[in-house]
Design a protein around this ligand. Structure first.
Ligand code: HDE
Length: 702
């Protein structure tokens, strides 16, 4: 033992880096590592040994004198910063906003003055309730926060993928979030609203009913961050050079259309790939398929506001697109992932109060409260008033002020003057012409804790949303409510929610009450029906009524084995590429398989690691001799059974027929036999329908 110890103490126990390099065919080889920079401490001193701490003898205690060891561990111990109190889990990307044409008529904001102008942008998508490490497919609202680095300073549109919110006054936000997050005594459930506290709060907060319809709809389980809409939610103002104001609502419309997954699918995705949305965005941008949204504005004047059914300051209401058609004013393209997640996505600080001259606030009490919260929260999270010094938060236009010092101050101007006015001829001065001027709205009224009477109707737009949905979507809302309430252990809370649903739609209330097994139907919640108006359905509120009609940006999972028909596979790949879609090859072994013509098929997944929930549709192209082995794999059966239950399109070759029977699949219009290149083309053409919902009553997704 002693001999061995003295031997290793005498050795420089250095592990050499092993470098991988890409060959001509894209494959990685191990090569001798070339010249690499010398590792140093944070103070710049070169490190001689980064594998072993300084010890007194090979088996002795570690010396406190080891400054390199202490610095390394000290820094590691402090790597975490507090996660966001809401929207902790998020994923961001860089890109740009391109203005279509001048909006000078409405706003003096520089970003809208010139057609074709490109403004750098950073976008962070998020879930709301879950911790930073929670799964992407939680049933939740998604944050859609856009930072535009304009030439007049940063403009943040800190929106969501739903156009309304749960509450009407910011003072209720801590209650809402406390109720939605894990319960304080048990610290569960994680990233779910399916628990008593949430539904208790909701049942006592009728103003949340419209948002509840959205939150229980398929909007809360998007298939991809790329297939979501974004909304600024509140009414804002645009103000032109003559100080004339126009009200505005901001809408982001995804170029690839909207798409969601089924709840049963979401639950399984969370297990199979908790990073499903992140990976999807990462893959799309790295493949050069840059996601794109159009910015649309709903513009209106005071006369419209006065005549509209609801108060335009109420964030639980929207303006239907049929009533006020939006106009397209520019596009947002995301074309670059951050180099470092922490530096950019984690440290980015969005603030509703970041608006350029020409954009202004309305009196929406939720927005007014947010304008305090977003500055305050950054100090807690980023630890210093100097968070604007971080590159991701710093403006990209020139900026000068006399703010100084503080923790981690990185911009410390030289010179004598750190105040103004001064006699030294130094430093910046304010500019009435260029600076932000608030719209001079005249305010008057008693100072009191009030809620406007015009905010009182909580059910009309909830009903409008529900009746605007496709019957399939209505079924999903009923199922979502049933699922969530089935996790609520206090029967009276379930009943209270049903009593609110009675004020929205009798059919919906009946479905949920029946599915929950309520013995008697409760009475409708108080005073509500009297204030409910019957509004016309708005088709724009439905996802399914506005399907993209194409498979572009979506992904097919293709199962192959040894002996797979090389011709069919080639036809499939070609048709998908033409449709702008992607695919993944799934083989029994991840190393790949040998095709019918002897060529090698590279696989990206093995069947037990890639359930069909990761794909928008599937194709089974196995060869007959490989079927005996495939039939033994229960994951192969689940792959198919799930795809069927989730109403996906399924293409199959004759050899796969035994697997279809094992998975209990009865053929329908979306289970398509593939025996020729023509069949393959027909199959890929159908994929644009995305799902075959007509199958749903048969598979009863719950
Ligand atoms: Fe937020 N919200 N919020 N919120 N919110 C935050 O700010 C808050 C609301 C939204 O990717 C926090 O930097 C209050 C509506 C997004 O970094 C915090 C109220 C909408 C993000 C905060 C609301 C949003 C946040 C936490 C009620 C849609 C993530 C961390 C008045 C229009 C931004 C942070 C990112 C984040 C407060 C309501 C969207 C605490 C007080 C309505 C997308 O400041």
């Amino acid at each position: 033992m002693a001999k061995q110890a003295s031997k290793s103490a005498g050795m420089a126990a250095t592990i050499h880096d092993q470098k991988l390099q890409r060959g001509a065919g894209g494959e990685l080889h191990q090569v001798a590592s070339g010249s690499t920079p010398v590792l140093t401490t944070a103070q710049g001193g070169a490190v001689s040994d980064d594998q072993n701490s300084l010890k007194i003898g090979a088996r002795g205690p570690t010396a406190l004198e080891d400054f390199h060891f202490r610095e390394k561990i000290f820094h590691f111990d402090h790597e975490r910063i507090p996660e966001r109190v809401v929207h902790a889990r998020g994923y961001g990307a860089h890109g740009y906003f391109e203005t279509y044409e001048s909006l000078a008529k409405y706003t003096r904001a520089d970003i809208f003055q010139r057609a074709g102008e490109k403004t750098p942008a950073f976008v962070r998508f998020s879930t709301v309730a879950g911790n930073k490490g929670s799964a992407d497919l939680a049933r939740d609202v998604r944050g859609f926060a856009v930072k535009l680095y304009t030439q007049e300073g940063n403009w943040d549109i800190v929106g969501n993928n739903m156009p309304v919110f749960f509450i009407q006054d910011a003072i209720k936000f801590p209650d809402l979030i406390h109720a939605a997050k894990a319960e304080p005594n048990s610290d569960f459930p994680q990233a779910q609203t399916a628990h008593d506290n949430f539904w208790d709060f909701i049942s006592l907060t009728p103003e949340s009913m419209h948002m509840i319809m959205w939150a229980m709809s398929d909007r809360a389980i998007p298939r991809s961050l790329r297939f979501m809409e974004g909304f600024g939610v509140h009414t804002f103002r645009l103000v032109n050079a003559n100080d004339e104001s126009t009200f505005v609502k901001f809408l982001w419309k995804p170029k690839l259309g909207l798409q969601s997954v089924a709840w049963n699918e979401a639950v399984k995705i969370n297990g199979a790939d908790p990073d499903f949305h992140r990976r999807d965005l990462w893959d799309a941008i790295h493949a050069g398929n840059f996601p794109e949204w159009e910015l649309q504005l709903q513009l209106f004047d005071q006369a419209f506001a006065d005549s509209f059914d609801f108060d335009i300051l109420d964030p639980t209401k929207l303006i239907p697109e049929e009533v006020l058609p939006p106009i397209a004013v520019g596009r947002l393209v995301l074309d670059r992932m951050p180099d470092n997640f922490f530096a950019e996505t984690e440290q980015v600080a969005f603030m509703t109060q970041n608006v350029p001259p020409g954009v202004d606030f309305s009196n929406d009490p939720l927005l007014q409260g947010r304008n305090f919260s977003y500055l305050d929260t950054q100090i807690k999270r980023l630890g210093s008033t100097n968070f604007t010094h971080l590159p991701i938060n710093a403006p990209k236009c020139p900026f000068h002020n006399f703010q100084q010092d503080g923790h981690m101050a990185m911009r410390n101007p030289a010179g004598r003057a750190n105040y103004q006015p001064n006699s030294w001829g130094e430093g910046p001065r304010e500019s009435p012409a260029k600076g932000f001027r608030s719209f001079a709205e005249v305010e008057d009224g008693p100072k009191a804790r009030l809620r406007s009477e015009t905010f009182a109707d909580h059910y009309s737009q909830a009903r409008q949303f529900y009746i605007s949905q496709h019957p399939v979507e209505q079924g999903h809302i009923a199922s979502a409510l049933t699922f969530e309430l089935s996790k609520v252990q206090t029967p009276v809370i379930r009943e209270r929610i049903v009593s609110h649903l009675l004020n929205i739609d009798d059919g919906l209330a009946g479905r949920v009450a029946d599915a929950l097994g309520l013995k008697t139907m409760p009475k409708p919640a108080d005073a509500a029906v009297a204030t409910r108006r019957d509004l016309a359905a708005s088709d724009a509120l439905s996802i399914l009524k506005n399907g993209p009609g194409r498979f572009e940006g979506r992904k097919l999972g293709i199962v192959v084995t040894d002996g797979t028909d090389a011709g069919l596979l080639a036809a499939m790949k070609q048709a998908l590429t033409k449709a702008g879609a992607s695919f993944e090859i799934i083989a029994p072994k991840v190393g790949g398989a040998k095709a019918s013509d002897g060529s090698w098929i590279d696989a990206q997944q093995m069947i037990s690691g890639a359930p069909s929930v990761l794909y928008d549709a599937i194709a089974l192209l196995p060869a007959k001799p490989a079927m005996a082995e495939l039939l033994k794999e229960s994951t192969a059966r689940d792959f198919l059974a799930d795809a069927f239950a989730h109403c996906k399109f399924i293409g199959f070759v004759e050899a796969a027929a035994p697997l279809l029977s094992k998975a209990g699949i009865t053929e329908d219009e979306a289970v398509i036999s593939l025996s020729s290149a023509k069949d393959v083309a027909g199959f890929v053409a159908r994929l644009g329908e995305l799902r075959w919902w007509a199958r749903e009553p048969k598979v009863k997704l719950g």
